[in-house]
Structures are given as structure tokens and as C-alpha cells.
Ligand binder design. Structure first.
Ligand SMILES: CC(C)(COP(=O)(O)OP(=O)(O)OC[C@H]1O[C@@H](n2cnc3c(N)ncnc32)[C@H](O)[C@@H]1OP(=O)(O)O)[C@@H](O)C(=O)NCCC(=O)NCCS
Length: 360
């Protein structure tokens, strides 16, 4: 990270020329980001964190975090605008979301893109890129007030687009087939569509989740997504129809071959999962031969602990109803699971987020 003048403590240097000192951030901004022209020598251009945070409508700590983590690490350019529709299509982005993304495109002269938004886009790309190959949860930046327009709504989708070339090159270095790259990265389109169904409530989690894809941390192999990390491959279940035992078994088999082949230095001894799907209370309601019950039976559960992480009552609403805020009385009761979720909560009980694993 470029050293900041100590006196200015909380000042961001953006192409700063302070006396004889030239900051390096400007130099690293790719064309298409930044203010669009370099300030004349001797000009002091600086923005303080509080001001940037206020303009972005986010806590100053979040801006500080981006500033610290991204430092002057390299960003990455967005694809050419003319190529974007085809790329969005490959990323599974539905036409309505693609149209919004194109309408908010960060052209150099776009009035939608304030200097703060351009700074955040550039540094968010750098922040995620700096952790290429990482497989832990990573927030790409603050939760933005997305109702302010397409630039605000899709800033992290633009960052993802910029990272597509970076991560596909990483995949190629690991000899990963193009088909796996694109099916994995197409989770962007799936998540944007779900977020739209959720009236934009879903995005704050998704913007972090999708940095796993953009860093080469997760791979979609058949029915399941597989996350690298530690000694266990973390399993995730995307919304793509029923998860039949056969489809799950095939996906596990694929992973058993995929990881030793493409990440030979990593040693996996188990599959693991953390999910509302592993809550044994579901068995009070679901038939024994339901896919969820059969999925649960694969796992040995860790003892239940009061959660520090996700609140399972909220998470079941997210995954079963695609809403976080609808009153229980207004939720649909079409399936046995929907009825179970609502009746359980109405009875004053809670759902549990459970973790489990089974040997590879
Ligand atoms: C995980 C998932 C694929 C399981 O679906 P499935 O294979 O149909 O599961 P089951 O066979 O156990 O379903 C049993 C019953 O619950 C219903 N059901 C299952 N998942 C449902 C969901 N997300 N929403 C509404 N009903 C659901 C089924 O329709 C069935 O009810 P029915 O017999 O009245 O039709 C599905 O819940 C899903 O797509 N969830 C979203 C993604 C997710 O939750 N991932 C895990 C994140 S931690």
C-alpha cells in the first residue's frame, strides 16, 4: 500500500501530489476509471475518508477497510462495452438485468459515475484481485444505497465483470476446462435474478458470496458448488431444481477427481456443509425420502452452538420464500416445506444453522 503522509492520517491520496511527493494511486488507475484526466502537476487532489463515506452513504469504517485492503494493488479493466452483452449472456445474466447493467455502464463521461463511485469500483476490483486464489469469505466493499441508480445498484457486478478475465486466466493456469469456468461464473446471473425476485433484499450477502467465484475459490460441478479451503471441500447448493441423490452423488464424484487434478497441492479428507438444510428439526415435517432428508443423512453433524453467524430463521426465509421481510401470515403455503417453516416459527420455535461433514 502506498504510504500516506502521517499528518493526513485518514486522507485518501488519489493521484496525490503533496509537495514533492507523488502518490501512486493515480498511476495505477486503469483507463476508464478515476476522474478521467490526470490533475496538473502540483495540484492537490485528495478526498478524506469521512467525505467519501458520506458521499457513498456508507460507514467510514467500510471505506477505510477498502482503502487499507486495496492499497495501491493493481485493478483490472472492464471488458470493452461492445463485448459486454455477449459476456453477460455467458454469465447467465437475464435480459432485464443485462439491460440495467448496460444502461449504467461506467463510460468515462458517464454522469452516473461520481468520482467516489469510480474510486470504489477501481479499489474493489483491486481488493478482490489481491486475494486471487483465496477461498475465505471476503466482502468486496460497503453495502451501497442501491436505489440511487444502476451505477450504485450494480457496482459490484461491474467489478465481477472486470475480474472475469483475471479469474479465467487463473482457471487456465490450473488447467480447468472452459465449461467449468463459465458454468461457475454464471452464478452471477442466477444471483442477480434471485435478488430481483427478492426486491433487492438479497444482494448484501451475494456481493460477498460472488467474490469466491471471482477469486477461483468455488467451482460448480454438476448439481453442487464446491468451495476450496482447509481439509474439507465446502458444499453449496444453488437453486437449480431438485437435488436428487443421484445428482448429488454425481457431483461429489466429479469433485473427487477435480480437486486432486487441478489443485494437487491441496489435500481434502472430507466434504463439509453449513446450512439450514442440515437442521434435523426439518425431519419433523419432511418425508423420509425427501431430497433434503436424504442429503442430511450423508452428514455427521457438529454439536449445535448458538450462532454467531447467520440467523437461520432469516436464512430459511431467504432460501424458501426469497424474502426477508414478509410477515409470516402472508407467506405462501404451497409446499410441505413452506408450511413447515411457517408453522414452526409461528409456534415460537427457531430454525438452526447446522454444520456437518462426511469423509471424502
Ligand atoms: C435445496 C433444494 C434444491 C431442495 O429442494 P428439493 O430437492 O425439492 O427438496 P425435497 O425433495 O426435500 O423437498 C421436499 C418438499 O419441500 C419442498 N421444497 C424444497 N425446497 C423448497 C424451497 N426452496 N421452496 C419451497 N419449497 C421447497 C418441495 O417442493 C417438497 O414439497 P412438496 O412435496 O409439497 O412439493 C431447494 O430447497 C432449493 O433450491 N433451495 C435454494 C438453495 C438453498 O437453499 N441452498 C442452500 C443454502 S445454505
Amino acid at each position: 500500500m502506498a504510504p500516506l503522509p502521517p499528518k493526513l492520517g485518514r486522507w485518501i491520496s488519489r493521484g496525490v501530489i503533496l509537495g514533492e511527493r507523488t502518490g501512486s494511486l493515480w498511476r495505477d488507475l486503469p483507463s476508464g476509471t478515476g476522474r478521467g484526466r490526470r490533475p496538473p502537476a502540483g495540484t492537490v487532489v485528495r478526498v478524506d475518508l469521512d467525505d467519501t463515506a458520506a458521499r457513498l452513504g456508507v460507514p467510514v469504517e467500510d471505506v477505510d477497510r477498502v482503502h487499507r485492503l486495496a492499497g495501491d494493488q493493481p485493478s483490472a479493466p472492464l471488458p470493452a462495452k461492445a463485448d459486454a452483452p455477449a459476456i453477460l449472456d455467458r454469465l447467465g445474466v437475464r435480459p432485464s438485468d443485462a439491460a440495467e447493467i448496460m444502461a449504467g455502464w461506467p463510460d468515462l463521461d458517464s454522469p452516473l459515475w461520481t468520482p467516489e463511485l469510480r474510486w470504489l469500483l477501481d479499489r474493489s476490483i483491486a481488493l478482490v484481485r489481491a486475494d486471487l486464489g483465496g477461498h475465505d469469505w471476503l466482502s468486496p466493499g460497503p453495502e451501497l444505497p442501491r436505489e440511487r441508480g444502476p451505477a450504485w445498484r450494480h457496482l459490484y457486478a461491474y467489478a465481477y465483470l472486470a475480474l472475469v478475465d483475471v479469474v479465467t486466466a487463473y482457471h487456465r493456469d490450473h488447467d480447468i476446462a472452459d465449461a467449468v469456468s463459465w458454468v461457475t461464473l454464471a452464478d452471477l446471473g442466477r444471483n442477480l435474478a434471485i435478488d430481483r425476485r427478492m426486491h433487492r433484499e438479497g444482494w448484501p450477502v451475494m456481493q460477498s458470496w460472488l467474490t469466491l467465484h471471482a477469486r477461483g475459490g468455488v467451482y460448480e460441478l454438476g448439481r453442487l458448488q464446491h468451495q476450496r479451503g482447509g481439509t474439507a471441500i465446502g458444499l453449496h447448493i444453488p437453486e437449480s431444481g431438485p437435488m436428487t441423490p443421484e445428482a448429488v452423488a454425481a457431483s461429489l464424484d466429479e469433485a473427487r477427481v477435480f480437486f486432486p487434478r487441478h489443485f494437487p497441492d491441496e489435500r481434502y479428507t472430507a466434504f463439509s456443509c453449513g446450512s439450514w438444510l442440515l437442521d434435523p428439526q426439518l425431519l419433523e415435517y419432511l418425508p423420509e425420502d425427501s431430497n433434503i432428508a436424504r442429503f442430511q443423512r450423508r452428514f455427521e453433524l457438529e454439536p449445535y452452538e448458538e450462532p454467531e453467524g447467520p440467523d437461520a430463521d432469516i436464512e430459511v426465509l431467504r432460501f424458501v420464500f426469497r424474502t426477508l421481510t414478509t410477515p409470516l401470515d402472508q407467506l405462501p403455503r404451497r409446499t410441505v416445506l413452506q408450511r413447515a417453516i411457517v408453522d414452526h416459527l409461528k409456534a415460537g420455535r427457531h430454525w438452526h444453522w447446522r454444520r456437518g461433514r462426511f469423509p471424502i
